[in-house]
Design a protein around this ligand. Structure first.
Ligand SMILES: Cc1cc2nc3c(=O)[nH]c(=O)nc-3n(C[C@H](O)[C@H](O)[C@H](O)COP(=O)(O)OP(=O)(O)OC[C@H]3O[C@@H](n4cnc5c(N)ncnc54)[C@H](O)[C@@H]3O)c2cc1C
Length: 401
């Protein structure tokens, strides 16, 4: 692995860092908390408003879609520049792709590479400007880890698909204008082969969105019901019944662009600041050996996470396609994030029960909010048990039990 950067790359980092720090302070304030998943961004009106403003600024500055080709409005930046952007944005705990995380991270690239020209012209520009926000309708009540069991049905009727069924846990559906939807178009085919990938207008008649309130008290995700929803056939991406391949491509872009990465380094930085503020036996918690060792261990693990990102980057720079080892980052980051949040609860003692808005809540109640939300991140985008399976079977090649 080569850790050195060219002078141009160092100059890019310096410019970017300066821009991010200045703009983040203006949009989110100086005492801001690390922002991560779209589910936590969408549930709160005030925060959502700021995230949209952040999106607008990222787009105007040319940092929003570094990984998109120039032809379609992106920066066409190299992998190292993309990695520098991720490092810097995560260091400050900023949402990587503004308000349209799924669109910029993976749906747009999927349409660029597997959609047709009409779809590219129609959808890509408004993803970039943030005029149209996108969500992802994959999971169903009986199809999560085993996604290929999905039952939402689409039947061709003239120039339309007619959709009936239900999705669940759809992050940001209540904020979205469009959705990518996996539907069953051939119930007689083996389950991976009868699925299609559609682009659905969230304002279609017959489509009902019901927000679900999470432990945090916010509604980040939703149930979505389809009752004879008509979707034009031209909204099919790729071939009919080949939606599984299209969705795999989407997942692959996610691995490259790192959309599910979490700003755990920022959370650890905030934890250190918390440990300086809290007193244990009359001295700051940060001076106690037990606390110091825990903080150091977290910092070491965050560093390992970063190094593992660089290892994947090196493999990609050598022309290798990102593979199942991407599961390691998802598993480790969300687990570390959860342990950091739980340790903050331990440090705060009785204060841990005070939520946002309560008198005496430390750091405006962010730690309690984070601890309540951290478990969800270990489930979203493929649960951590599933990531263990992928690592065991496909990376370590362990025999199946
Ligand atoms: C915050 C959040 C946001 C989300 N956003 C979206 C979204 O925008 N769009 C969307 O489509 N979905 C979304 N999801 C859904 C998410 O993808 C699913 O929750 C996840 O894939 C797990 O599926 P499930 O909930 O049906 O659990 P199940 O698959 O029923 O699993 C239940 C439990 O069994 C375990 N398990 C299942 N199979 C195995 C196995 N083979 N080996 C070992 N353990 C196993 C799981 O790990 C889990 O602990 C979101 C979820 C969360 C928490």
């Amino acid at each position: 692995m080569d850790f050195s950067y060219t002078p141009e790359q160092e100059a890019f980092r310096a410019r970017l860092r300066d821009w991010l720090e200045t703009n983040a302070s203006e949009v989110f304030g100086t005492n801001r908390e690390a922002l991560s998943s779209s589910a936590t961004l969408a549930g709160d009106d005030e925060r959502w408003h700021r995230v949209r403003e952040w999106h607008r600024r990222l787009y105007q500055a040319g940092y929003l879609a570094l990984h998109w080709p120039k032809e379609w409005g992106g920066a066409g930046a190299g992998l190292v520049e993309q990695a520098i952007y991720q490092d810097e944005a995560l260091r400050l705990g900023l949402p990587l792709y503004g308000a349209n995380q799924l669109a910029i991270d993976r749906i747009g690239p999927t349409i660029i590479f597997l959609g047709n020209d009409e779809q590219r012209r129609r959808y890509l520009p408004k993803m970039l400007t943030g005029e149209e926000i996108w969500c992802q309708g994959y999971s169903e009540p009986n199809a999560g880890s085993d996604l290929a069991s999905l039952q939402t049905r689409a039947v061709i009727d003239g120039d339309d698909f007619v959709i009936n069924g239900q999705k669940v846990w759809t992050s940001m559906a209540q904020r979205s204008d469009w959705q990518v939807l996996l539907v069953r178009t051939d119930p007689t085919a083996p389950k991976h082969r009868g699925i299609s990938y559609l682009l659905v207008d969230m304002r279609s008649p017959g489509l009902t969105i019901r927000p679900l309130v999470q432990l945090t008290g916010e509604a980040g995700f939703n149930e979505v019901f389809y009752d004879n929803v008509r979707v034009p056939r031209k909204n099919l991406v790729g071939e009919l019944n080949q939606g599984w391949q299209v969705s795999l491509a989407t997942l692959m872009y996610e691995r490259v662009s790192g959309g599910t990465r979490h700003p755990v380094e920022r959370a650890i930085y905030e934890l250190v600041e918390l440990a300086k503020k809290i007193e244990l036996n009359g001295t700051p918690a940060a001076t106690h050996p037990y606390v110091r060792q825990r903080l150091a261990q977290f910092a070491i693990e965050a560093r390992c996470l970063r190094l593992s990102r660089y290892r994947s980057l090196t493999a990609q720079l050598k022309g290798k396609v990102p593979g199942p080892e991407g599961s390691f980052g998802k598993l480790f980051a969300t687990d570390l994030n959860l342990r950091v949040a739980m340790f903050a609860q331990e440090l705060m003692g009785p204060h841990a029960s005070l939520t946002r808005g309560s008198i005496g809540a430390l750091d405006e109640g962010r730690w309690t909010h984070r601890a309540l939300g951290a478990r969800g991140l270990t489930i979203a985008a493929g649960s951590n048990e599933i990531q263990h399976n992928i690592i065991g079977e496909r990376v370590l090649k362990l025999p199946k039990g």
